[in-house]
Design a protein around this ligand. Structure first.
Ligand code: PLP
Length: 384
């Protein structure tokens, strides 16, 4: 392959790990059976792969295997959790609480529910990107059925106080959903200790394949009711019909087990590299770190730089380093990020934002190189 840019967009997606691909391959060709075909060994082989993956995912978050529902990714998991709860708990109430900095895969289902007569509170965040627990407490009403707060933010990496939110929701008998797409494999997750009722996951942020995710749905204390959003063959306890995508499911399980096994060691390594990058970039005058300085993902750095045109800066960096200005989903549109805006940054500053997502393949040499390149590019952009 020709020389390619240094990849620092791991909050957008990651490559499939070689061991993960190796685990998947036999399920395309040899073990191709339908895992629901339980009358013959082709089905049993495929089912064994799914069963193993389900157990690997459950173990990663301290859940039971039967509480894992496979979906096509975190977008679908968020939709199923939010719309599924809204429909199932209509008689209890029509109020949902979420946060202004959520992923669009949470915000858009909430906006859609507003058109159906639900009311949604979008909590603001403090300047450091964290929610104020007292504001959350004040937002809860007797008709509140669901609180949805992401575990770790995909743009600025901040980690919300999930256990405290879980406790508050538990005390008030309100269901708690968290989008853990960025957190799985990077942060310890315990759905029991954190009192989480629904949790969204995706494989492609942790070196698994794209197009596969899961939703944890609590079955005890309390048993969560969900209205399915896809109807058909009744797979996944009727919550998500459709033939299971066996190779992807096997890859998701393998990727998760691998990430969990190296979570603390790799987290320390990434945190060291990330802090080193921030040390380099700190030489730039009038640069601002977005999000809480320490309560954040180990692999994420997000900065806004005064006095430069963000699009121009990104294109100056493009041949050397692959990164984005915000979430990949919105990088095609030029509007400033809703997440950076929610921190209280101006449109102009929000537009001059760089998100660095470090990963398993990132080296110290790369970080030092990128640090130099960015410092130089900003100097040039400010002169222009
Ligand atoms: C990537 C991401 C999603 C979307 O996940 P897909 O699997 O691509 O649908 C949702 N939420 C967060 C926080 C993400 O980072």
């Amino acid at each position: 392959m020709p020389h390619r840019p240094i990849y620092l967009d791991c909050n957008a997606t990651t490559p499939v790990a070689p061991q993960v691909l190796a685990a998947m391959l036999p399920f395309f060709t040899d073990y191709f059976g339908n895992p629901s075909s339980l009358n013959h060994s082709y089905g049993w082989e495929a089912e064994a792969g799914v069963t193993k993956a389900r157990a690997q995912l459950a173990a990663a978050i301290n859940a039971e295997p039967e509480e894992i529902i496979f979906t096509s990714g975190a977008t679908e998991s968020n939709n199923l959790a939010i719309k599924g709860v809204a429909e199932a708990y209509l008689a209890t109430g029509k109020h949902i609480v979420t946060v202004a900095t959520e992923h669009n895969a949470v915000l858009d289902p909430c906006r859609y529910l507003e058109t159906l007569g639900f009311s949604v509170t979008y909590l603001p965040v403090r300047a450091d990107g964290l929610i104020d627990l007292q504001q959350l407490s004040q937002a809860l009403r007797s008709e509140t059925i669901l609180v949805s707060v992401m575990m770790a933010n995909n743009e600025i990496g901040v980690i919300q106080p999930i256990a405290e939110i879980g406790q508050m929701c538990g005390d008030r008998n309100i269901l708690f959903h968290t989008d853990a797409a960025q957190a799985l494999g990077k942060l310890p997750i315990d759905v029991q200790a954190m009192n989480i009722h629904l949790l969204s996951m995706t494989a492609h942020k942790l070196y698994g394949p794209k197009g596969i995710g899961a939703l944890y749905v609590r079955r005890r204390n309390p048993r969560v009711q969900l209205a399915p959003q896809l109807h058909g063959g009744g797979q996944e306890k009727g919550l998500r019909s459709g033939t299971l995508y066996t190779p992807q499911i096997v890859g998701f399980g393998a990727a998760t087990a691998l990430a969990i096994s190296e979570q603390s060691v790799e987290g320390e390594r990434l945190r060291g590299l990330r802090d080193r990058l921030w040390h380099h970039l700190g030489k730039i005058p009038s640069i601002h770190l977005n999000g809480h300085p320490t309560q954040r993902l180990p692999n994420n750095l997000n900065v806004s730089i005064e006095g430069v045109n963000g699009a121009a800066l990104l294109s100056m960096l493009q041949p050397d380093v692959a990164l984005s200005s915000g979430s990949a989903c919105s990088s095609a549109n030029l509007a400033p990020s809703h997440v950076i805006k929610a921190l209280g940054r101006s449109d102009e500053l929000a537009s001059a934002t760089l998100r660095f997502g470090l990963g398993r393949e990132t080296t110290q040499t790369e970080i030092d190189h990128v640090g130099e390149i960015v410092v130089r590019a900003v100097r040039m952009a400010r002169k222009a």
